[in-house]
Structure formats: C-alpha cells, structure tokens
Write a protein that binds this ligand. Structure first.
Ligand code: AP5
Length: 189
C-alpha cells in the first residue's frame, strides 16, 4: 500500500488535489480537517471536545489527532492501493510519532508533497471560500490570520524533518488546479 502526505498552508489546495488523485488513482483520502468537521457537525463527544479549537483556527492537541488517524488507518483493508493523508502530520511531533507507528508495521510514508504558495494567494482563496461556502474558520479575517500564523510557526520544523528523511517534494501551488495536478501525477507515476 502506497502512503502519500500532502502538506501546505490553509487554502494551498490539499483537499482539491486529493479529490483529483482519488478520482484518477482510486486511492483513499484521509483529511483530519474533514474528520473533525464531520464530528463537529454530528455533535459527537470528540466533536464537542474539539469544536472550539477548529472553529477558532487553533490546532487540535497532537495526541488526540494521532489517535484519530491511527484509528482511521486501522480500518482500511490491506487491499487498499494507496492512502492520501491531508493535513496530517502537521507538527514535527505528529511526524515523529507517526513514523514510529508506521515503523512498527514495517511501513513508511513514500512521499510528502508540499504545496507551496505565497501567503497572499492563500489569503485570497480562503476569503473567497468563506464568502461562497461559509466554512466557520474562513469567516473572520482574524481567524484566517491566526491559522496562517500557526501554519508558519509549525511548518519549518515539519519541512526540516521530512527534508532530512528525504521524503519532501515541493510543488508550486500558485498554478491552476490542472497544472498542480500534473506535477503531482509525475510524483505518483
Ligand atoms: P484543514 O481542513 O486541514 O484546513 P486547512 O489546513 O486550513 O486547509 P484548508 O482546508 O483550508 O485548505 P486546503 O489546502 O485543503 O485547500 P482547498 O483544496 O480546500 O484543517 C482544519 C482544522 O482542523 C485546523 O485548523 C485544525 O483546527 C484542525 N486540524 C486538522 N488537521 C490537524 C492536525 N494534523 N493537527 C492539529 N489540528 C488539525 O482549497 C482552498 C480554496 O482554494 C478552495 O475554494 C479551492 O477551490 C481553491 N483552490 C484550490 N486550488 C486552487 C488553485 N490551484 N487555483 C485556484 N483556486 C484553488
């Protein structure tokens, strides 16, 4: 089973590209953000616990995220051809713990695709999505700014971790959706 990770700032296109990869390659897509939003919508115990973090644009505590991902992965059948992790790992701690977890089963991430785009582009996309879709964490400029700041704080050490692990593949994300997808396809083929 192939395991790819997509990382990038809020609005860099992780979800958009994962959808295209799933359609083309038939892989499974695990977005921690989507899992959390679904739990919040359904008002589950986890949803109620994390609602204030997600809606406020804060990160969910590492150990909780790791538990959710490991639990979700344990349900995929061995016949699954590929899995895309979207938005996880997001901190160096998550990356280290996840590597340890995979290592226990003789597995590892194959490639980490880093969708790289200037902050101004991300900002414009999120503001547009906020107006069109009304996602709670896109609605206020101060929440978007907070997510961007957290992203900048956490990302460098995450990128260093995967750079040292020789898994990091940057892709310019300030291109059209199709152009970004073509770059990603080359990394998968
Ligand atoms: P998450 O859902 O991961 O949100 P995010 O990182 O803020 O990313 P987005 O979903 O906003 O953007 P995206 O990169 O998927 O872009 P998209 O394709 O939608 O996480 C949400 C929250 O959950 C976090 O804030 C945190 O609270 C929690 N969380 C999740 N994972 C966690 C973790 N590991 N640890 C701790 N907490 C965690 O595109 C955005 C917009 O741009 C769309 O409108 C799209 O149509 C458009 N667009 C995309 N690509 C292009 C393009 N090439 N050109 C033009 N427009 C484009």
């Amino acid at each position: 089973m192939r395991l790819f990770v997509l990382i990038g700032g809020p609005g860099s296109g992780k979800g958009t590209q994962c959808q295209k990869i799933v359609e083309t390659f038939g892989w499974k897509h695990l977005s921690t953000g989507e899992v959390f939003r679904d739990q919040i919508r359904r008002k589950t115990k986890l949803g109620l616990e994390i609602q204030h973090c997600v809606h406020g644009g804060n990160l969910v505590p590492d150990d909780l995220v790791i538990k959710v991902v490991e639990e979700a992965l344990s349900h995929y059948p061995d016949s699954t051809s590929g899995i895309l992790l979207d938005g996880f790992p997001r901190t160096q701690y998550q990356a280290q713990q996840f590597k340890r977890y995979l290592g226990k089963n003789g597995q590892d991430i194959e490639k980490v695709i880093y969708l790289e785009a200037p902050i101004e582009i991300l900002w414009k996309r999120l503001k547009k999505r906020g107006l069109e879709d009304g996602r709670a964490d896109d609605l206020e400029e101060k929440k978007i700014r907070h997510r961007m700041k957290l992203y900048e704080q956490e990302t460098q050490s995450l990128l260093n971790f995967y750079q040292q692990d020789k898994k990091l593949y940057p892709v310019p994300a300030d291109q059209s959706v199709e152009e970004v997808f073509q770059d990603i396809q080359h990394l998968i083929d």
